[in-house]
Design a protein around this ligand. Structure first.
Ligand SMILES: [Zn+2]
Length: 549
């Protein structure tokens, strides 16, 4: 995964850092009495994925997820560094609070919003927030983000006519965008310009060339998405030194079944739409970087890799959608795609000396995966799985069935207790996220939660240790989004023969308190089980309090 050392037998990690990569013998000489030696049985280790552009934190709500949940999903896909791309002032505040609360587990760069998806101008408020470049920092202000054309709001600005009329939406004139980029550069900012259509890409290229004025792109100004890079624009990326950010997953099924792209954009631009083969051929050596753009496209890293390499897609029934010949010819190789998804994306974030490859002196941001992507049939890339995700030497995700391969570190080292298995505390649950175990619902702290990580029905149960008289049960809601819920309280002396004590049925929201206070205290209660049968959210509780008279 380093150009001059593509494979290695062993890796040594100390604290947050990789201290050596080499043969088994070389690495074993470094071990001491406290060293954990883990034999991976020949399993593949690779650097954590770096997603150069997504919306994991600002758009989690669009997928009915909390920021913790979307972050957990990214960790399970092996993403250890990312850039969150929509950050107006309130999101910046929210991200800082998230980090201060100790919840940020993925190295995150924020690009501060100059203009939004509809071209609405938020302004140069970013000038009060200096970009940061501290090695290994978890939260970085990376630079400024602006939008040259439509895509999410309005349409990509094309030079070819849309079948339903028009040429899409450019938000600025060339003079305006030149000035905005030059201003941000003069203040020391890296600029990331959203440009989908070829007219917007051309404008963004011109603006970066204007600001750089013939000098090298030491600011690493980027163009985001680049789907409609017209053939005559391709070599300009290298000529100007622009850092391009490229989509991975291609909607092949929708295109071959419903002409998803060609009926919307017209057939004319199809030969160059996301044609990364032509893009790389025209720009040898340029650090082209991958982005998922989640939730607007899939965050599944191995699906993205599979799509880059085969342009195939698997539909919901498991059928493979084969690309027509013209589309298949746009594919790139695994050896080209993996650097885009790791070291090149790290370069786009000024983090290539910290992460993005496995090398002594870099942070131990790495994955154990189910097979070697460079050795398997490309058709099988989609079946690859992440077994462990480590960020800065801490295991942040470990697949239950491969727990023996995961080093024991201070962070959560497994996906929580097996469903239903009571822990020593007498607390059990139907399912749990590794980060939010059931004990968190009984720790007296409403800031820590139990989260099943799953939709209803889900349950959590406590064994009080002996038959007890209960005068009240209070539940503090953890729920996103708000909505109608049904929660049942069951109790009794025999775990296998509980009685329904109460049902809450109604609208709830975070952080409501639901209280059940029977008219006379209930005696002989040893087990209390809360079953949620309806909720718009993953089932979770901030706190469950049981009171005795
Ligand atoms: Zn985006």
């Amino acid at each position: 995964m380093e150009p001059n050392q593509p494979t290695a037998q062993a890796i040594a990690i100390q604290g947050e850092m990789i201290i050596a990569v080499g043969t088994d013998d070389e690495i074993l000489t470094l071990s001491g009495p406290e060293t954990q030696i883990i034999d991976l049985q020949g399993q593949t280790i690779m650097p954590g994925f770096v997603d150069a552009h997504d919306h994991v934190f600002n758009d989690a709500g669009k997928k009915d997820m909390s920021m913790e949940q979307s972050q957990q999903m990214a960790l399970e896909y092996g993403i250890t560094t990312l850039a969150n791309m929509y950050n107006p002032p309130d999101v910046l505040d929210e991200m800082r609070a998230f980090q201060q609360a100790g919840k940020l587990k993925i190295r995150t760069s924020l690009y501060l919003t100059y203009s939004g998806p509809c071209g609405e101008i938020i302004g140069d408020w970013h000038k009060d927030v200096a970009p940061t470049r501290n090695p290994g920092e978890m939260l970085r202000t990376g630079g400024m983000k602006m939008t040259a054309d439509g895509g999410v709001c309005g349409k990509a600005a094309l030079s070819t006519a849309y079948p339903d009329g028009g040429f899409g939406d450019l938000w600025f004139t060339q003079d305006q965008i030149n000035q905005i980029v030059a201003d941000a550069q003069a203040a020391g900012y890296q600029v990331a310009i959203h440009a989908q259509g070829d007219r917007a890409i051309e404008q963004a290229q011109n603006a970066i060339a204007f600001a750089l004025n013939g000098k090298p792109n030491t600011y690493r100004h980027r163009i985001e998405h680049n789907p409609f890079a017209r053939p005559d624009l391709l070599s300009r990326y290298s000529e100007i030194g622009i850092v391009p950010i490229a989509f991975g997953a291609y909607p092949t099924c929708a295109e071959i079944h419903d002409s998803y792209y060609s009926s919307f954009f017209g057939t004319e631009p199809m030969p160059y739409l996301e044609n990364w083969r032509a893009f790389l051929d025209a720009n040898p050596g340029l650090p082209v970087a991958w982005h998922s753009d989640w939730p607007y496209a899939s965050m599944n890293t191995f699906l993205n890799l599979y799509s880059y390499v085969t342009r195939q897609e698997v539909d919901t029934e498991g059928n493979i959608c084969m690309p027509p010949e013209w589309l298949a010819s746009h594919a790139i190789s695994v050896d080209e795609a993996l650097p885009m998804m790791t070291i090149n994306a790290a370069y786009a974030l000024f983090r290539e000396t910290e992460v993005g490859s496995l090398k002594a002196g870099k942070f131990a941001d790495l994955l154990i995966i189910s097979d070697d992507p460079t050795a398997i049939n490309p058709n099988d890339l989609i079946n690859l799985q992440v077994w462990m995700t480590m960020v800065g030497g801490k295991v942040e995700f470990c697949a239950d069935e491969h727990a023996s391969l995961c080093p024991r570190t201070e962070a959560a080292a497994s996906s929580g207790p097996e469903a239903g298995a009571p822990s020593s505390s007498g607390i059990s649950a139907s399912a749990s996220l590794a980060t939010d175990p059931p004990e968190n619902a009984f720790d007296g702290d409403t800031e820590t939660i139990w989260n099943s990580g799953a939709d209803p029905d889900q349950w959590i149960q406590i064994n009080l240790g002996k038959p007890t008289t209960v005068s009240a049960i209070r539940l503090v809601v953890s729920q996103y989004p708000a909505g109608d819920t049904i929660h049942q309280i069951w109790g009794g002396a025999d775990e296998n023969n509980l009685t329904l004590l109460h049902e809450f049925n109604g609208f709830t929201q975070d952080p409501d308190t639901l209280e059940f206070k029977p008219s006379t205290p209930l005696s002989n209660i040893q087990y209390i089980k809360i079953i949620t049968t309806q909720s718009p959210s993953w089932v979770a509780w901030r706190e469950i309090e049981v009171t005795s008279p």
